[in-house]
Design a protein around this ligand. Structure first.
Ligand code: CMX
Ligand code: CO
Length: 146
């Protein structure tokens, strides 16, 4: 069951400048940052609020580490902006299989590693009315490496 908006992914050319915009304009601080080479991103997670399922909602600011990455290609075509939305679930495996069964393309056979040790997969935007959609199961608190 999808229980929250886990994050909104925002593509940017310069992560440090974009982080500074969100800090100076709204007061949002970086909760976590990392490089995910598999996804080809340098990212910063800004926590917006805790949620009633024990999780949280974030903004995920994304700078590509290489031009041929998903975010690199998207930025070259569209410029900066909202790249994807991510729903949180306790069971990314079960939920993605159920959604696959409804005829929506799930991009990965098995979930991969996302922010803070989470497990993630993506649904094809062409099957989701133009929205690249991510499903996320957060790592158990002890496993999350802040
Ligand atoms: N939102 C909406 N539509 C998108 C999109 C996005 N983010 N990215 C691509 N598209 C559309 C394109 O506009 C294009 O549409 P048209 O054919 O009408 O022009 C179509 O999808 C194909 O796009 P493309 O540029 O040829 O790109 P690819 O098919 O090579 O890749 C996708 C698209 C979704 C398969 C790829 O971006 C992907 O694998 N995404 C998942 C991984 C990812 O995004 N990682 C970065 C975030 C990591 C994180 O969140 O942790
Ligand atoms: Co994401």
């Amino acid at each position: 069951m999808l229980t929250r908006i886990d994050h909104i992914g925002i593509a940017c050319f310069d992560l440090d400048k974009t982080v500074e915009f969100y800090r100076a304009t709204y007061g949002f601080e970086v909760f976590h940052s990392e490089v995910n080479e598999e996804q080809g991103v340098r990212e910063a997670m800004l926590k917006i609020n805790e949620t009633s399922d024990g999780g949280a909602s974030y903004l995920q600011l994304l700078e590509p580490t290489r031009e041929d990455s998903a975010v690199g290609k998207w930025l070259a075509k569209n410029g900066e902006g909202v790249h994807h939305i991510a729903f949180g679930t306790a069971d990314v495996d079960g939920d993605s299989e159920a959604i696959r069964g409804k005829g929506v393309r799930v991009l990965y056979d098995e979930p991969r590693t996302g922010s803070m040790g989470s497990r993630i997969t993506f649904l094809h935007p062409k099957d989701c009315h133009g929205v690249l959609t991510e499903l996320v199961t957060a790592a158990p608190p002890a496993a999350a490496d802040h």
